[in-house]
Ligand binder design. Structure first.
Ligand SMILES: [Zn+2]
Length: 226
């Protein structure tokens, strides 16, 4: 994913794709909370919307049409691999973590434990993703960058992302990603794309030989060639 995507998705404290603004975003969050039964929405999320204390979905600054407008974004949830803020590699109750390839999961857990002993907390910004989630990310990227070919430099096309195979993890915050870039090779964890310093995959050869050269971006990866 792009840095700009990541920032946009963390504004409201939850990595929902393409959070819009105000009431619509809160509506999307509100739709997820009852479905998963965990308090995803932090108090700061609610505080970003209209009048304090007013029930979600009834703010006066939200037009009625927005409340009922079908929005595919709201259909995605934890089961698609979305992750609440602050999830770690130990939080296996989230499909984004649980559906990672077991070898990758084990490697990241080992690295995260060592990082933590060095005072670095490694957070999972994205792990396994459903194809629907990847489709949405790609659709957003096309909107943002203006064409599918430009978008594919930043977001793999649906069906081509290592995230869909559970073979990739996006790590945050930036300081933790930096730690993993510096120390990941002995665990077989490697940055793959120069333009995605947060994206890591398992390269078992790296344990002995170090990580392979970086691709400039995902569109240069032979796995995405058409
Ligand atoms: Zn990634």
């Amino acid at each position: 994913m792009t840095k700009r995507h990541a920032v946009r998705r963390t504004v409201l404290g939850l990595r929902l794709p393409a959070i819009v603004v105000g009431g619509v975003a809160v509506l999307a969050i509100a739709a997820i909370v009852p479905a998963v039964g965990v308090p995803l929405a932090s108090p700061s999320i609610v505080a970003t919307r209209g009048a304090p204390g007013s029930p979600i979905g009834e703010a006066s600054d939200v037009a009625a049409g927005e409340l009922v407008r079908p929005d595919r974004r709201a259909a995605l949830g934890l089961a698609d691999g979305l992750v609440p803020e602050g999830v770690t590699i130990l939080d296996a109750e989230y499909p984004a973590v649980a559906k990672l390839d077991p070898a990758l999961l084990g490697a990241v857990r080992s690295a995260a434990a060592d990082a933590r002993s060095n005072g670095v907390v490694l957070v999972v910004d994205s792990g396994w993703r459903s194809e629907a989630y990847q489709e949405q990310l790609f659709r957003e990227a096309v909107e943002e960058y203006g064409s599918a070919s430009k978008a594919s430099r930043w977001v793999a096309r649906p069906g081509e992302s290592a995230h869909e195979a559970g073979a990739a993890i996006d790590v945050g915050p930036a300081s933790a990603a930096a730690w993993l870039r510096r120390h990941g090779a002995p665990y077989g964890l490697c940055q793959i794309y120069r333009n995605e310093p947060w994206h890591f995959e398992l390269r078992t050869d790296a344990v002995e030989h170090g990580c392979p050269p970086l691709y400039a971006d995902a569109s240069q990866d032979p796995r995405t060639q058409h």
